[in-house]
Design a protein around this ligand. Structure first.
Ligand code: NAI
Length: 334
């Protein structure tokens, strides 16, 4: 049997982790024959809840799980890990200003970035989920200078899956017949879900999504706002955030890092911008279309961008620049 992969999940007593840990533990992410060591980190007041989660993982009697470590200590949690899925973050409370939220999260992700730097394997793959995910990812990356920047990414796969599902639902086809949607930018309501390069299989024929749907007004209007606002719509209905679909998206994201993307297909992922791609400013964690091979992503360059898309891509970049600059002020002072 292979050596176990050591996977850290933070926010392990929370909602997303409750679905995610089961997906990982049963082999959906790293493969059906890959043994695992699961490391669960949460804050001290959540340790009793976490004990319950550990009991349930054991009771699932899943053969791949060789060990479960639960802790509230970062030095223990980040030690020699192969993968870090950073879900835990400071939630937005009523009356909380955006700046306050950023400040609280800069503190968390600076500390966890430093722990990655000190204790994790240098090959560790880091996925940031906790919001504001893009900027938290940037903070963690900057606080872990000994780990390659390319090892960091943030989750926009949920938005990607939502876009795919909207198109599939509208056409009455399975969602895996919809390919190559793109989420550009921030995991926030300024994100730009773009289907101008996407294809769909209808009656055994591959078509462009605009051709297949034949409703440009919907694709440039309600479709975009539905995907942008989907998280808020789920919270409104469920009174809780979208944990099941977030856990599925995290599983998709990490599985693609581990095993690669299918030939000719791309997925959306927040990764570091170099300033030379699609005119997006450098030093942002911006969601791009990426292909993955040998556990390494590359941005799909050279997609033609029309004026409509260009404006939307710029707007979401501007929001990320603002978040980055605010976070940088806090980063200097914590
Ligand atoms: P939750 O509130 O149920 O769980 C969060 C957990 O994180 C709690 O158990 C909390 O104690 C823990 N936590 C807080 N600070 C921590 C720290 N410093 N270290 C370790 N654990 C810590 O929230 P839920 O629903 O699981 O969501 C988690 C995060 O994921 C939120 O920030 C949410 O906004 C975000 N999210 C991101 C999505 C994306 O697509 N990027 C999609 C859905 C949610």
């Amino acid at each position: 049997m292979a050596e176990p992969v050591k996977v850290l999940v933070t926010g392990a007593a929370g909602q997303i982790a409750y679905s995610l840990l089961y997906n990982i533990a049963k082999g959906d992410v790293f493969g059906k024959d890959q043994p695992l060591i699961l490391v669960l980190l949460d804050i001290t007041p959540m340790m009793t809840v976490l004990e319950g989660v550990v009991m349930e993982i054991r009771d699932c009697a899943l053969p791949l799980v060789k060990e479960v470590i639960s802790t509230d200590k970062e030095d223990e949690a980040f030690k020699c890990i192969d993968v870090a899925i950073l879900v835990g973050s400071m939630p937005r409370r009523e009356g909380m200003e955006r700046k306050d939220l950023l400040q609280a999260n800069v503190k968390i992700f600076k500390s966890q970035g430093s722990a990655l730097d000190k204790y994790a394997k240098k090959t560790v793959k880091v996925l940031v989920v906790g919001n504001p995910a893009n900027t938290n990812c940037l903070t963690a990356m900057k606080s872990a200078p000994s780990i390659p920047r390319e090892n960091f990414s943030c989750l926009t796969r949920l938005d990607h899956n939502r876009a795919r599902a909207q198109i599939a639902y509208r056409l009455g086809v399975p969602s895996n017949d919809v390919k190559n949607v793109v989420i550009w930018g921030n995991h926030s309501s300024t994100q730009y879900p773009d289907v101008s390069h996407a294809t769909v299989k209808v009656e055994e024929k591959e078509k462009g999504v605009f051709d297949a749907i034949k409703d440009d007004a919907w694709l440039k209007g309600d479709f975009i706002s539905t995907v942008q606002q989907r998280g808020a719509a789920v919270i409104k209905a469920r009174k809780l955030s979208s944990a099941m679909s977030a856990a599925k998206a995290i599983s998709d994201h990490v599985r693609d890092i581990w095993f690669g993307t299918p030939e000719g297909e791309w997925v959306s992922m927040g990764v570091i911008s170099d300033g030379n791609t699609y005119n997006i400013p450098n030093d942002l964690i911006y969601s791009f279309p990426v292909q993955i091979k040998n556990k390494t992503w590359s941005i799909v360059g050279c997609l033609p961008i029309d004026d409509f898309s260009c404006e939307k891509m710029k707007a979401t970049a501007a929001e990320l620049v603002e978040e980055r600059d605010t976070a940088a002020e806090f980063l200097a002072s914590v």
